[in-house]
Design a protein around this ligand. Structure first.
Ligand SMILES: [Zn+2]
Length: 273
């Protein structure tokens, strides 16, 4: 029979362990820059863009040449590089409307860009943005296995649905610490609702180690929220690649019939990862 005192000590110890483990994820403590869809993954921007390029080839019958693929993959990662200044809208943090405007701008720049390196730069950043959208907002929690893609650009003109939200990151002055902790206690069936003061740390599904990313989706046969967000990110990236194919001359110079590539593109891409 466990005494009341032992029970209390155990509970306090449990709370301390949970607080210790999750504190760095919730509060903006000074530490190495956080990267979206990075770290322990298993899905990072490199893998998501590579899978999107493969699905694009399956869907269209057109493979993206290996050199172009590498530049697009590189472009999709560069926004999280240590040497790149943090721009909140590139990661869909803090404000969905600004993120929507940035996507519109990047797509416009990419499709009107005749210079290949600059095209890869803009197109890569657009890929990064749409991928981060699903990790940093609660869209995946809301639409789950419907795989309904977000009309991200429309949110630049129309206010996003009232329950759609992205997390606060990274300015400590913007953080309401009490609300940040309360966000952690919200049950899964309310994750599709707006949570006042929710931080990036509470909402992000960047890895299978983040607070939300690690949780298994209800009725999802073991799929985690990180993996669900990644699936949305891959699907939206394929749509974006198709948009670039329809509107960009540079993108079209990168395409060869998939059958003629004899699987070489995929092999080279896998080799270079
Ligand atoms: Zn990012």
């Amino acid at each position: 029979m466990i005494s009341l005192k032992t029970l209390m000590i155990r509970n306090i110890a449990r709370i301390l362990v949970v607080a210790f483990c999750f504190l760095p994820n919730v509060l903006p403590l000074p530490r190495k820059k956080m990267v979206a869809f990075g770290g322990s993954g298993p899905y990072d921007h490199t893998r998501i863009t590579r899978l999107a390029l493969e699905r694009f080839a399956e869907r269209t019958g057109l493979a993206v040449r290996a050199d172009c693929s590498q530049m697009l993959i590189h472009g999709s990662v560069i926004s999280d590089s240590e040497r790149t200044a943090y721009i909140e809208e590139l990661h869909c943090d803090n404000n969905i409307m600004r993120c929507a405007k940035k996507l519109h701008e990047l797509k416009h720049l990419a499709i009107h860009e005749p210079d290949p390196p600059r095209f890869y730069y803009h197109a890569g950043q657009a890929l990064h943005l749409v991928q981060d959208f699903y990790s940093h907002t609660n869209w995946a929690e809301t639409f789950r296995f419907t795989y309904l893609l977000a009309p991200i650009e429309s949110f630049k003109d129309l206010p996003p649905p009232e329950d759609l939200q992205t997390g606060v990151f990274p300015d400590p002055l913007q953080i309401n610490y009490e609300a940040a902790f309360r966000c952690l206690l919200v049950p899964e069936d309310k994750w599709n609702r707006f949570i006042p003061g929710a931080t990036h740390g509470c909402l992000n599904k960047d890895t299978n180690r983040s607070v939300r990313g690690m949780r298994a989706v209800q009725d999802g046969f073991g799929m985690t929220y990180h993996e669900l967000a990644a699936e949305y990110a891959i699907r939206h990236s394929v749509d974006l690649l198709e948009h670039l194919r329809s509107h960009s001359i540079v993108m079209n110079t990168c395409l060869i019939p998939d059958k003629l590539s004899l699987g070489c593109n995929q092999s080279i891409n896998e080799l270079l990862q």
